[in-house]
Ligand binder design. Structure first.
Ligand code: PHE
Length: 344
């Protein structure tokens, strides 16, 4: 039986399928023509007007049309899925001949390169590493180092105060007192690397925060020669065999005698050198023999024990080694500066 309405609907469905260009549309068309509320179901109401024979023929025709639409829709769905997959594969295709992406691995800040080298040298001499807090008590930072309240030496080490008795440590020397109290009269051979703070002017050689390495040796029969030999070895390992050191007398409340240590400049003392300002010597650290008061305040009998101590500025050592002109470069994170120290 030819039914005009059925034919029309069938043609309409084929056209709709033809225009489908996405999986969503496939589902829409299926809904429009094949679901319970679809247009084909609407045709079913005609059935009751037909004879038994007519019903059979019309029913078959509808089923045939629906089967055909289902088949064509599935064909379309398969085609669309294949197309999507092809496009995806094409998008994700890997060209193994393309050069790889080179991820830049960072490098160590020169401050830490030098700090590690310094630590290595002292570990090689048998020193152990000690630590102390950066937020320190006045008691350890000053009192136990023979710097009582109102001592003029405090002026040179003004710092950031947390309260009347607590401050950002001005040097790593408080670790001397802490270790002596911990070791309770036993021999000591330690270094302490760490950050220290001062209320300093912001210029090319000063920073409100910088690094120091403290050294402390306490035992029987320790003399100034031991300090000199230790520092000489350190300097030669750091800057090469040709370097010499020079001890000048100085003053620190916690050492007696106290020395300021200079290292010979690689210019050989020429008048034009900017590093040593033509003097041939560059000041590098402070040190001395541990003051008897400092020993006794932390539980050592100065008649039996002696000690030497020193404090080296880490940036100072790095500036001299690399010829860096401004201490602030270590903290500015300028890659043009930092890249120069990267290990190849
Ligand atoms: N603490 C001193 C400073 O920061 C350096 C020093 C350390 C001097 C140990 C003597 C002994 O200036």
């Amino acid at each position: 039986m030819e039914d005009l309405e059925l034919n029309e609907l069938y043609e309409e469905a084929l056209k709709a399928i033809d225009e489908v260009d996405s999986i969503e549309k496939v589902n829409e068309v299926r809904n429009d023509y094949l679901s319970k509320k679809s247009k084909f179901m609407g045709l079913m109401s005609k059935m009751k007007e037909l004879s038994i024979e007519g019903k059979k023929v019309f029913g078959e025709a509808i089923n045939k049309a629906k089967d055909e639409i289902t088949r064509k829709l599935e064909e379309k769905r398969a085609m669309l899925e294949k197309r999507m997959l092809d496009e995806k594969l094409k998008r994700e295709e890997i060209d193994v001949t393309l050069p790889g992406i080179n991820y830049d691995a960072g490098g160590k800040n020169p401050f830490y390169i030098i700090q590690d080298e310094m630590i290595d040298i002292f570990l090689g001499m048998g020193y152990e590493i000690a630590e102390g807090p950066e937020v320190e008590l006045d008691h350890f930072n000053f009192e136990l180092l023979n710097i009582p309240k109102d001592h003029p030496a405090r002026d040179m080490q003004d710092t950031f105060y947390i309260d009347d008795n607590t401050l950002m440590r001005t040097h790593t020397s408080p670790v001397q007192a802490r270790v002596m109290q911990e070791k309770q009269g036993k021999p000591i051979k330690i270094i302490c690397p760490g950050k220290v703070y001062r209320r300093d002017d912001d210029d090319a050689t000063h920073s409100h925060q910088f690094g120091q390495i403290e050294g402390l040796v306490v035992d029987k029969n320790i003399t100034l020669s031991n300090l000199k030999a230790t520092l000489e070895l350190f300097i030669k390992k750091m800057y090469g065999e040709k370097r010499e050191i020079r001890l000048r007398s100085s003053y620190f409340p916690f050492t007696e005698p106290s020395v300021e240590v200079d290292v010979s400049c690689d210019c050989g003392g020429k008048g034009t050198c900017s590093k040593c300002k033509g003097t041939g010597w560059i000041e590098i650290l402070g040190g001395g023999m541990v003051h008897p008061n400092v020993l006794s305040m932390s539980g050592y009998d100065p008649k039996e024990y002696q000690g030497f101590a020193f404090g080296v500025g880490i940036e100072r050592v790095a500036m001299l080694r690399y010829g860096v002109d401004d201490i602030r470069r270590f903290y500015q994170n300028d890659v043009r500066f930092l890249n120069q120290f990267k290990r190849k």
